[in-house]
Design a protein around this ligand. Structure first.
Ligand code: SAM
Length: 401
């Protein structure tokens, strides 16, 4: 273990300013804030040239694992200062250690989550890192061709490092390129299957929609009709899936109920189920990226409520959707979406909760969340992998300020 790691085990109590001074001195001497226990062990064994180990137990992990169960507020302030210094020197908020845990996961596990100053500091760091990384990625687009090549080479060199740090483009579930959960073209060509309680991809059993979300869909429908009278509302749902939210919407008898759906198997199912015959339903066949642009161009429909819940899309798609939503929603309208952003880890879920707040503010909108405990425990056995690992759901309600 290096001097830095040793310091962060907080052996000597109370935790006072001497820790801050020592930490600064070590980092100033050139020890990276990302120096891992695994790297230190390899160095001690004379094997530092070998392939990097898979886990990254960083100084921040050591610090949060070493926190005493009881701390005075003065000690908490010192730890916060130490965290600030580590972040200032480049500590990553979401590196995963030998137990596949990020510093935020460890704090959660220790009961120090929402509202706890140390946890909130990790979330703050996550939000800043995500926004900054996105900005850096965006800026690359404006470079000249030769500069782009240079930047790409630099980016490639740093890609391995970055991939451990960022969730810039959060998919609904973690997935690899070319699979149905990650690649929309692959998904739209895959065969789907309706089971008794889910919609899945036939070949690899990705859960496109599952009925454990029914309570969430009802909550979303209630939000859609919160500001408009049922008989007069014109609403839009993007992504039909199992039709759970659309069935709830029909209970309120809206004037017009638009449904945008891209997958041919889902459209076939909708036809079989009589959705095309419903007098107040308008079906927009195709990807929202195309069908909603056409609506925008026509300029004769504006919605009281828009709900978004698709599959195999990323947060970058949502960023694009915000542009469309502000053009299609009435000034007093409401926008909501199935919030699975980063939901495979509580800390990522908390970071993305805040990222959305920041992003919609840029459109003069405000996002308020209702936190609800998960209505039922999802049964993940019938699908390939779980896409929601948190014990609570943050239901978003977004409106113009
Ligand atoms: C999670 S399901 C929606 C579930 C729905 N909220 C319900 O209550 O059953 C996602 C749906 O979005 C559709 N979809 C995926 N990408 C889309 C896109 N770009 N445009 C329109 N629909 C899309 C999928 O085919 C799928 O039917």
């Amino acid at each position: 273990m290096s001097n830095l790691h040793e310091l962060l085990t907080l052996e000597t109590l109370p935790i006072d300013e001497t820790y801050v001074d020592k930490l600064k001195a070590l980092l100033k001497s050139g020890i990276p804030a990302t120096y891992t226990i695994e790297q230190a062990a390899a160095f001690e064994a004379g094997k530092e040239d070998e392939k990097a180990p898979a886990s990254d137990t960083t100084p921040l992990h050591v610090l949060v694992r070493s926190l005493p169960d009881q701390m005075t507020s003065a000690e908490t302030d010192v730890v916060l200062e130490m965290m600030d210094i580590l972040f200032e020197y480049g500590a990553g908020w979401n590196f995963l250690d030998y137990e596949n845990k990020s510093p935020g996961d460890i704090l959660c596990e220790r009961g120090l989550s929402n509202g706890n100053a140390l946890y909130e500091r990790v979330v703050d760091a996550g939000v800043s890192a995500e926004l900054l990384l996105r900005k850096l990625n965006d800026d690359i687009e404006f470079l000249e061709d030769d500069e782009v090549e240079e930047s790409e080479a630099e980016a490639e060199a740093g890609a391995e490092e970055e991939s451990k740090q960022q969730i810039v483009d959060v998919p609904q579930v973690e997935a690899t390129t070319g699979d149905t959960a990650e690649d929309q073209d692959v998904y739209l060509q895959a065969d789907l299957e309706y089971t008794s309680n889910a919609l899945v991809t036939k070949s690899n059993k990705d859960g496109v929609m599952m009925d454990w979300e029914t309570g969430i869909m009802q909550l979303a429908r209630d939000t859609m009709f919160k500001y408009a009278s049922s008989g007069e509302a014109v609403v839009l749902n993007i992504g039909f899936g199992m039709g759970i939210i659309d069935t709830f919407i029909q209970e309120r008898n809206p004037t017009k109920h638009y449904i945008c759906e891209a997958h041919p198997d889902v459209l076939k199912h909708m036809r079989e189920q009589g959705w095309y015959e419903k007098p107040n339903v308008v079906i927009l066949e195709g990807r929202w990226q195309e069908t909603l642009s056409a609506l925008l161009d026509k300029g004769d429909v504006f919605f009281d409520a828009i709900y978004y819940d698709t599959f195999s899309e990323h947060y970058s798609d949502m960023l694009e959707l915000y542009d469309t939503v502000v053009g299609l929603i009435k000034p007093e309208g409401v926008f909501s979406f199935f919030n699975g952003l980063g939901a495979d880890r509580q800390v990522c879920y908390d970071v993305y909760k805040r990222v959305v707040e920041v992003d919609v503010q840029n459109y003069g909108m405000r996002c308020d969340y209702t936190t609800v405990p998960l209505p039922v425990n999802p049964n993940w056995e019938e699908v390939r992998r779980s896409y929601f690992a948190c014990d609570r759901y943050y239901h978003p309600e977004i409106r113009f300020v």
